[in-house]
Design a protein. Structure first.
Length: 156
């Protein structure tokens, strides 16, 4: 049975498969891999979580961690009355991408964020993912998102 819930990062970092999931995520979606090796700043995330600024919504198949969506949560810097969740990263293991599991992961995360007082959610998806697999535009539109910006990146 698949369940969805908030889980402390400290707990997730002790999961036997968490490093495999992060590597899967990085290999699949990382852009500048040679210049940007996977090296998360867990201390920053843990401190932010302790301050209520970072949360991770997870999906588990029985006890196995199969997916996550991490959010930075705070009032928006330009709209301080609007509690905003900015998605940091999300993954659902390839073996669980069929059916509605991904949709339920996000739908339940949005409901949980609303209960947490969040008014606005910002997410992103990789352009090369769209080029290779058709992207996530329709997926996010189905969840009520609208496209607002385009992001650009450059290594210096």
């Amino acid at each position: 049975m698949i369940t969805y819930q908030w889980e402390p990062l400290r707990v997730l970092l002790r999961e036997p498969n968490v490093n495999d999931l992060l590597l899967e995520h990085w290999h699949e979606l990382g852009v500048h891999k040679a210049e940007m090796p996977l090296d998360p700043d867990y201390d920053l995330m843990l401190n932010a979580e302790d301050a209520g600024l970072f949360k991770v919504w997870t999906a588990r198949d029985d006890s196995l961690l199969i997916g996550y969506v991490a959010f930075w949560i705070r009032p928006h810097v330009h709209y301080k009355s609007v509690q905003t969740a900015i998605e940091d990263l999300f993954l659902l293991t390839a073996s669980h991408r069929k059916g509605l599991t991904g949709y339920k992961l996000w739908k339940s995360a949005l409901e949980a964020l609303k209960e947490h007082g969040v008014k606005r959610v910002v997410t992103h998806s990789k352009v090369h993912f769209a080029e290779e697999r058709g992207g996530l535009a329709r997926f996010f539109q189905r969840l009520g998102f609208i496209q607002m910006d385009q992001l650009y990146s450059r290594m210096l």
